[in-house]
Every structure is written in C-alpha cells, then in structure tokens.
Design a protein around this ligand. Structure first.
Ligand code: C2O
Ligand code: CU
Ligand code: CU
Length: 464
C-alpha cells in the first residue's frame, strides 16, 4: 500500500459547541456512537495574572477537556478545524486502526480550515492516554492543544475520586503573552524549555477530594520539551500503572531521592490513600534546578471516609500480545545529530526551518516529502527486537504509534519491563525493546521532544 494513498475524512459539518471540563462518550460495542464534536480553535486564558492571548484549545476559554471513553466501546469524534492553519488529531498510546491515527500524509490528509475529520475507534486497552495534533504540532501544542484521554475499565476499580493532571509548560514573558515558541539553539540541543510550569493550565493547582478516600491520580506529561522528575509527599500510595498499562507489581511512591521521571508523552497512574483529617494536603512536585517545585496539591475535605487499599479492585491487564523473543528479528536504530540537509518538507503541517537530527543517520525529509520508505518493514504477526542507540549527549523520549512495546535491557541501568509506547533514552544509552507486530499500518516513530521530531528525528515503521 502506498503511504501517499490518503484516507479522506468525512466532511460532515461539526456542531462544535463550547466544551466544559469533561466529556464522556462511547456506546456499546457495535452500536452507533454519538460523536463528540471537538473544535480546534483560538483561545485565551489567564495563566498568569493577565489573560494570555493567541492560545489553541477546544473551547474559547478553557483547557482541552479530559475525554472519557470506555474500554471496548466505540469512540467517535468529529474534529473540526476552526483555525486558519491545518491540523490532524492523534490519540497517543491508543492502538487504533491506522487510518484513525491522525498522522498527516502518512495516514490522512491534513484537516484544512473549516473542514471536519471523523475519527472513530474502539479502545482495547484501559488506562491513561492523551491527544494532541500531529500537524502544526510545534505551534498548536505549544499554544495549548494537549489533552488527557481516559479509557475507563469495564469494571470500576473503586476509587472515590479520579483526577487527571496535565503537566505542561508555556513560554510566556512577564506580561503573560507568548514569546518565541522555540529557539534554533534549543532545537539543536535538549529542546527549548517553557518559562511557566503548569498543571491543568494552573500555576498552583489545588484539587479537593474526600478525606480518608482513595484517589486515582493520572499524571500526564504533555509538554513539548520538559522531562519531569516528580515526587509525591503527604500520602500513602503506590504507582499502579505506567504509560497507560497496569504494572504487574505496583511500585512505591516517588520522592525527591528517587523521583518518577516522566518525559514528554509518558503517563503514570497513582493510587493514593488521603489523610482522614482536613489540613493534610498531598503535594506533587517536580525538580527544577535541584529544588522541589510544587505543581499540584490534593486536598482532603469533609468527614473521614475510612477507606483502605484492600477495597480496590486491581487493574486488569490489557490485552497486549507478548513478543516471541526466541524467534524475534533484530534491527538497529541509531538516533543522532545531523546538522546537514535542508529544512524538512512538511507540506501544510509547519516547518521550523532547520534539520538537526536523524534516525540511522538520515534526517526525516518531512511529513509531505515523497519517496520516503519505512525504517523497518515488519511482518504482521511476527516479533521484533529493536536496538535503540542514542549517539547524542541529549535525552530523547522515543515514541512508537499503533503498537505497545517493552524494554528488555539497557547498557546504563536496570530495567524492570512494563508495557509502554514512549521510552526515554538517556545520553548515549542503548536500549533493546521488544514488540509483537500485531497491528497493520504505517506507524509514526519519533522523538517526542517536538523540536527534535520536527528537525529530523522522525520516521515510520510499516507492519504488513
Ligand atoms: Cu504523541 Cu506521534 O505522538
Ligand atoms: Cu502517538
Ligand atoms: Cu529527541
């Protein structure tokens, strides 16, 4: 199949009403689902004291909502583009049919102004995922368009509260308005950091929950650059899932000595038991320049619910195919710097004007470039071990669409394998990952530091 063979979306006009904080969608398997209308549009919001203009969201005056969908139920979204630029929506971590993956030129035509693309898929895996544009990615993500997508388990695990925390930066000046979204210097190194760290677009997020209750906290790193080192203080608890998938053995809560590292694209689900008395907040902090910077507080209120962890149903494992390591085919992928080459040809999807990075020493020639073959050809049903080698002094969160993999070993650290779609490669690190190629299509494979992705560190893997 030719990757230039576009799959056009339905052009049905979206209704696109303004959205509240949360949307629930989904219908029983097979039954026609009522699509949610998502309208990509200009927004403004008081991130600092003054209102920040020129943002991009799904409503004129609020962050992108938490989308709630049900495992095994059809989810349909009519995405209408109400901006003058092009766009396309990607559902990060969800194993969708290829034509629903939202990657411009690879899986669909970019959505032009006033056009609508009809997305529809049935999530097989329950857990914490997210959505973001994959066309004009640098601009639209930096200006706000990153949201949490929750796939609810068929059976309620029994928490008293479920809180999603969307962690991201904005690059704002002292007047609260956007400054340059990136710099060439940043793009050629570790990426350009934001100036304001936020949680759900707030600089000091406070969420209230029932005292003595059990809380599921979903931490989602949606920033274009920042790698978070997170600590949780003030509650008992466990890390119960990473990158959408339950851990077979829950891990202790992170603290400042052993932080939870979440790089762009990664998620963590925490089960917390809140204090039974008011005045005992849980604090989530990230390390900035060696110091703990609080990003969110969870505040117990009301009478003591006296819940205990034993009352929770363990999260059921997701139906992921186990790779057959004994018969796996091996491939090497090298990530490195590459200052030569012209600016990638991204068609309608935005260019940063530079090439700095490469995979297997070839910079990605752009989303709209012609004649670009896959990095790896996989046979449907076979297993693969990919050796990911970082030849650079920068870190790269490497993300694969459409398939879920696990790390096997690293040359620098002990790995306890878990299912994921995004793995952080440390400086000069070599990591082997294993994957069963069970979902056909052309799957984007790139660094999730968007400045790296857009300046060459991108490609795709074909499963056929
Ligand atoms: Cu989260 Cu290719 O993206
Ligand atoms: Cu993705
Ligand atoms: Cu990178």
């Amino acid at each position: 199949m030719d990757r230039r063979q576009f799959i056009a979306g339905s052009m049905a006009a979206g209704l696109g009403a303004g959205l509240g904080g949360l949307l629930t969608a989904g219908a029983a398997g097979g039954a026609p689902a009522r699509p949610v209308d998502l309208r990509v549009q200009a927004a403004r919001y008081p991130i600092l004291e003054t209102v920040t203009e020129g943002m991009v969201s799904l409503s004129p005056d609020a962050p992108p909502p938490v989308l709630k969908v049900r495992q095994g139920h059809v989810f349909s979204a009519a995405v209408t583009n109400a901006t003058p630029d092009h766009t396309a929506m990607h559902w990060h971590g969800i194993r969708v049919p290829n034509e629903m993956d939202g990657v411009p030129y690879l899986t669909q035509v970019p959505i032009g102004g006033n056009e609508t693309f009809q997305y529809s898929f049935t999530p097989q895996d329950a857990g914490t995922f997210w959505y973001h544009p994959h066309c004009m990615t640098m601009e639209q993500m930096a200006l706000g368009l990153t949201g949490v997508l929750v796939v609810e388990e068929e059976e309620d695990p029994g928490f008293d509260a479920d809180i999603a925390i969307n962690l991201r930066d904005f690059r704002l000046g002292g007047d609260g308005q956007f400054i340059d979204l990136y710099t060439a210097r940043g793009a050629a190194r570790g990426g350009t950091r934001g100036t304001v760290i936020t949680a759900n677009w707030k600089t000091e997020l406070i969420e209230t929950v029932p005292a003595g209750g059990l809380v599921r906290l979903r931490l989602v790193a949606t920033d274009t650059t920042r790698i978070y080192s997170l600590a949780v203080a003030g509650a008992e608890g466990r890390v119960i899932a990473l990158d959408g998938h339950p851990l077979s053995k829950p891990r202790p809560l992170p603290d400042m000595e052993t932080p939870l590292v979440l790089s762009p694209g990664q998620r963590a689900d925490l089960a917390l038991h809140l204090s039974g008395s008011e005045g005992h907040d849980v604090t989530i902090s990230t390390r900035v320049g060696g110091r703990a910077r609080p990003v969110a507080r969870i505040r117990p209120v009301g009478g003591d619910r006296k819940r205990s962890f034993e009352e929770l149903r363990p999260l059921p494992r997701n139906p992921i195919s186990e790779p057959d390591l004994a018969n796996a085919e091996r491939h090497d992928l090298v990530f490195g710097w590459s200052p030569d080459g012209t600016a990638p040809n991204n068609g309608f999807c935005g260019t940063m004007g530079y090439t700095f990075w490469s995979i297997n020493r070839i910079p990605w020639p752009g989303d709209a470039a012609k004649g670009t073959g896959p990095l790896v050809n996989m046979s449907l049903g076979k297993s693969y071990i990919l050796r990911l080698r970082n030849e650079s002094p920068n870190q790269h969160p490497i993300h694969l669409h459409g398939l879920t993999f696990k790390a096997l070993q690293s040359n620098q650290r002990a790995i306890s394998p878990h299912w994921t779609d995004t793995i952080l490669l440390l400086k000069n690190e070599i990591v082997d990952i294993a994957v069963a190629a069970d979902n056909p299509g052309d799957w984007a494979f790139h660094c999730h530091v968007i400045e790296h992705q857009k300046t060459g560190l991108a490609g795709y893997i074909r499963v056929s």
